[in-house]
Design a protein around this ligand. Structure first.
Ligand code: AMP
Ligand code: ZN
Length: 143
């Protein structure tokens, strides 16, 4: 269902133009206007869902099922040396459009336009800490 004031729903409705990469009953893929790297593509469900938390399993299943084919197509055309998938949820995590989307970002090497920062904190957690944290999460998921 189309959602008021959602720019991606407007793209789905054809109210806003887009560069279509793929479309079927459940999913639409189009070039991200920012083109962080050449071929940067967004894959979205046709069902409006704000982000990963609100996404029913069947929408997630259909959405992610299309990603390998789309990523492989981009790989075949532009011959990137790597590919990152990215999904931002909520503003502090850089979500700016509140219609679930997966970024498919082909990589061409250092300075290609995309970078991510990881700080490794392995030394801050014992294996007991990890077991305890895993239990907290597991118990919540299962409750
Ligand atoms: P995010 O920051 O993860 O919510 O990503 C939203 C993405 O949507 C950004 O990378 C924008 O460049 C992209 N975007 C916003 N408006 C459009 C548009 N009209 N056509 C294509 N991409 C868009
Ligand atoms: Zn929407």
């Amino acid at each position: 269902m189309s959602h008021n004031d959602c720019i991606f729903c407007k793209i789905l409705d054809g109210e806003i133009p887009s560069a279509k990469v793929y479309e079927d009953e459940f999913v639409y893929a189009f070039l991200d206007i920012s083109q962080v790297t050449k071929g940067h593509t967004l894959v979205i469900p046709k069902t409006h869902t704000k982000n990963i938390y609100e996404t029913p399993p069947e929408v997630a299943r259909e959405l992610f099922a299309r990603v390998p084919k789309i990523a492989s197509g981009i790989k075949d055309v532009y011959k990137p040396i790597g590919m990152n998938l990215l999904n931002n949820n909520e503003e502090p995590a850089d979500q700016s459009v509140f219609h679930l989307h997966i970024h498919v970002i082909p990589r061409y090497g250092d300075g290609d336009g995309y970078s991510s920062n990881w700080t490794v904190h392995t030394d801050n957690y014992s294996s007991e800490d990890l077991q305890q944290m895993a239990k907290e999460i597991k118990d919540t998921i299962e409750s």
